[in-house]
Design a protein around this ligand. Structure first.
Ligand code: PGA
Length: 253
């Protein structure tokens, strides 16, 4: 098991509507993060809010994640944002390969290149994987294994150890259908076993794996205790400071 504190990331997606609302939400979340608490809390706002929020987080008390990054460092790529731009604004994490981006056409190969872009800029990549649906034959394990193998392409054990894997079954995202703690534990063991096969036991133990998909204050403690993962990627509930605060508390044992 990884020796890091649990990691709780709030993925705000395309919310809220204005910078003023984003600042108010950020400050409300910041109040929920006790200075010495054994947990790492990160907020992933939309790109335009990052500079303002970065100024509200002196010393990186509430570190910021971007919700995406482009894999080239500079050039004629209209609309894209590079890792160096994000690093220059004080961003320290980047969510990569979220299922909502994959649904817009992002491929496993692009996810892999984006991880390499993060590694070049010392940004922590939080890479999302997960099956669209579960079947009784267990074919969803091969889907997850395929995504894992693809994201690891060309990465050394040292490089992969700097990455966080977010297991987010698509059927549980924004639907209120959470995977059971047993499902989550089984997937944590499966992901670890694939990493041990691809690399070695030391890496399998070191990797940080977190869970996402309808994590709420009322299921977070059970998911954390029995699910065996090292934290959560939270969507909807991260937009309410009280709910997000309750989820943060649930991972502090
Ligand atoms: P949810 O989203 O918590 O609203 O299900 C999770 C995510 O998409 O990261």
């Amino acid at each position: 098991m990884s020796s890091h504190h649990p990691l709780v990331i709030g993925n705000w997606k395309m919310n809220p509507a204005t910078s003023a609302e984003a600042k108010a939400l950020f400050l409300a979340v910041r109040k929920k993060v006790k200075r010495d608490a054994p947990v790492s809390v990160v907020v992933a706002p939309p790109f335009p809010f990052i500079p303002d929020l970065s100024r509200l987080s002196p010393g990186g008390r509430l570190p910021l994640a971007a919700q995406d990054v482009f894999y080239e460092d500079a050039g004629a790529y209209t609309g894209e944002v590079s890792g160096s731009m994000l690093a220059s604004l004080g961003v320290s994490y980047v969510i990569i390969g979220h299922s909502e981006r994959r649904a817009l056409g992002e491929t496993d190969a692009q996810v892999n290149k984006k991880i390499l872009a993060c590694l070049r800029r010392k940004l922590t990549a939080v890479v999302c994987i997960g099956e669209r649906e579960r079947d009784l034959r267990g074919d969803f394990f091969s889907v997850v294994e395929g995504q894992l193998r693809a994201l690891c392409t060309g990465l050394s054990a040292r490089q992969l150890a700097a990455v966080v894997i977010a297991y987010e079954p698509i059927w549980a995202i924004g639907t209120g259908k959470t995977a059971t703690p047993e499902d989550v534990k089984e997937m944590q063991l499966f992901i670890t076993s694939v990493l041990v096969k691809l690399y070695d036991r030391a890496l399998g133990k070191r990797m940080r794996i977190i869970y996402g998909g309808s994590v709420k204050p009322d299921n977070a403690a059970a998911l954390h205790e029995a699910g065996g993962m090292q934290g959560f990627l939270v969507g909807g509930a991260s937009l309410k400071a009280d709910d997000f605060g309750a989820i943060i508390t649930s991972v502090i044992s």
